[in-house]
Write a protein that binds this ligand. Structure first.
Ligand SMILES: Nc1ncnc2c1ncn2[C@@H]1O[C@H](COP(=O)(O)OP(=O)(O)OP(=O)(O)O)[C@@H](O)[C@H]1O
Ligand SMILES: [Mg+2]
Length: 335
């Protein structure tokens, strides 16, 4: 499949998955890929987004106001789309990021509805929390309402939402429906209805689940996928299988003999043992990975995109570049 076509399937991509599986990393890789393809991208994070900033090599702090984390010119100084298509409505190749919090979204909502002074008092007295707790779903509706507003205003060619970890993500995405059912009328009901309309339109919104090839994350991805379809009615894009070890052959070979066969001097004492232990670990890891990927493929009828495990302590702009090219290869191979 052609990359731009893939990225243009929906206006919003919600990246969801179990805690720590690489949602933020995948969101950044998708954003970067889309920017490479000449789109103007906005990444919306919901909590502390320090990992996101680091992936783009952006040194400032991310906050409610958007900032440009990747300039329109790519790392090679090339300002145009990789496939040459002038597809962008905004600034091609740019990535902006912002953090949406429900408090800030509520304040903005009240402000734009002529209630700015009231909002200020709510904050000062701590009443904001009371309101948000008293109306289940209001925080989520406000945040998604803000995302919807950005999407409808054409704020970017593609909005990528770095969603909270799974349990929260389900509540996050389903509570607008709950609120729409519970609220009889009024502006909040209208807002919730509009959010539901956005979530259930596959041309506007899709969820990309991220998982890693281990048992619990695979179980959770499968369960979440079905629940998202049933309870939210949102379209599902491909699953990103992150942290895949590249498969190595020859792990069964005896290191000492392999060294001799390769014409190397005899291995120093202890080295053959260490190599054999490392090979055993890697073999076990590969077997686990193959078994879990087979389970995932069997239980979840979705396309898969694989991202490699990168052997570095911290991921930055260079590693992001590698993940982006892996994503591009994976997308190109999709039917
Ligand atoms: N492919 C990879 N190779 C190596 N390390 C990775 C890879 N993907 C993610 N990581 C690392 O794993 C950790 C978790 O990744 P990330 O922050 O993207 O996950 P997350 O799902 O957003 O986590 P959270 O649920 O806390 O928001 C980070 O330290 C990140 O650098
Ligand atoms: Mg994250």
């Amino acid at each position: 499949m052609e990359v731009t076509g893939f990225l243009r399937r929906s206006n919003i991509v919600v990246v969801a998955g179990k805690g720590g599986v690489g949602k933020t990393t995948a969101a950044a890789a998708l954003a970067s890929l889309a920017a490479d393809a000449g789109l103007d991208v906005l990444v919306v994070a919901l909590d502390d987004a320090s990992g996101l900033a680091a992936l783009f090599g952006y040194e400032g702090q991310l906050g409610y106001d958007e900032v440009v984390v990747r300039q329109p010119n790519g790392p090679d100084g090339n300002p145009t789309a990789v496939d040459g298509s002038p597809a962008s409505a905004g600034v091609p190749g740019r990535v902006r990021a912002r953090v949406l919090t429900s408090d800030a979204a509520l304040l903005e909502y009240l402000g734009t509805h002529g209630l700015g002074r009231f909002a200020g008092r709510l904050v000062r007295t701590g009443a904001l929390d009371v309101v948000a707790t008293a109306i289940p779903g209001i925080r989520e509706v406000l945040i998604l309402g803000k995302v919807r507003q950005l999407e409808e205003a054409g704020a970017a060619d593609l909005i990528i939402l770095d969603a909270p970890a799974t349990g929260h993500a389900l509540r996050f995405l389903s509570s607008s429906g709950g609120l729409a059912d519970a609220a009889r009328g009024g502006p909040l009901r209208a807002q919730a209805d509009q959010v539901v309309a956005m979530l259930t339109d596959p041309a506007r919104c899709q969820v990309v689940l991220v998982t890693i090839p281990e048992e619990t994350p695979v179980n959770e991805a499968v369960e979440t996928a079905f629940r998202l379809e049933d309870e939210v009615g949102v379209a599902l894009g491909p699953v990103i299988v992150n942290c895949c070890y590249p498969l190595l052959a020859h792990l069964d070979e005896d290191p000492a003999r392999a060294a001799v066969a390769a014409g190397l001097p005899p291995l120093p004492p202890g080295v053959a043992d260490s190599l054999a232990r490392a090979a055993a670990f890697r073999r076990a890891r590969q077997e686990l990975q193959l078994a879990q990927r087979a389970r995932l493929a069997e239980r979840l009828p979705l396309e898969e995109l694989e991202l490699p495990y990168l052997f570095t302590a911290e991921l930055g702009a260079t590693e992001l570049g590698r993940l982006v090219s892996e994503l591009a290869t994976g997308i190109a191979a999709l039917p």
